[in-house]
Design a protein around this ligand. Structure first.
Ligand SMILES: [Zn+2]
Length: 185
């Protein structure tokens, strides 16, 4: 039994030792090869999309989000590090019912925006998703009647033209008759 065990121990040592030596050798090489230090740009230093690249992780390590994330994800992380909520993730104002005169404003940087209404106070009814667009920014919750209005905050010169936006002579239906297809007349 004793012999057996020591044989196993020797075998184990033999198996482990070269691997350990190799690890030391590799890390020595790693220290010698100089990885160019790339400074992590802060949120305020981001000027263009080209600034939204991280330095990457040092060889042999698992990258963190701040090291490897790119694009909008990187912008969001950099913002969070300085307390800036880039995508404005706060819930909408649910302290009052939106009215046509004073709708609950929903900021959007895109053509359309979905907003989930749960009534006043929040969670009074099941969530109902309302769709607002730049052409039709006002929407009313069919459950509680709260009015929401999309406020476009995106770029102004993004090729959005109100006249030929739909391209096929499509018009917002104004009466039920507008839902009847022309070929049925
Ligand atoms: Zn509602």
């Amino acid at each position: 039994m004793f012999l057996q065990r020591s044989a196993v121990a020797i075998a184990r040592r033999a198996a482990v030792a070269p691997a350990a030596r190799r690890t030391l050798a590799t890390s020595a090489v790693r220290l010698e090869s100089k990885v160019p230090e790339t400074k992590i740009k802060s949120f305020k230093e981001i000027k263009t999309a080209d600034d939204l690249f991280g330095p990457g992780a040092p060889p042999g390590t698992v990258p963190t989000d701040i090291e490897q994330s790119t694009g909008l994800e990187r912008l969001e992380i950099l913002g969070k590090m300085e307390g800036v909520d880039v995508f404005d993730m706060r819930p909408l104002d649910a302290s009052r019912l939106g009215t046509l005169a004073q709708p609950v404003m929903v900021r959007s940087a895109g053509e359309e925006q979905f907003a989930g209404c749960t009534g006043v106070p929040a969670d009074s009814h099941n969530v109902l998703w309302l769709r607002m667009t730049r052409d039709r920014p006002v929407e009313r919750c069919p459950e509680c009647g709260s009015v929401y209005k999309m406020e476009y905050v995106g770029p102004q010169d993004d090729g959005h033209h109100h006249d030929d936006h739909h391209g096929h002579g499509w018009e917002e239906p104004k009466t039920m008759a507008d839902f009847v297809k022309p070929e049925y007349y």
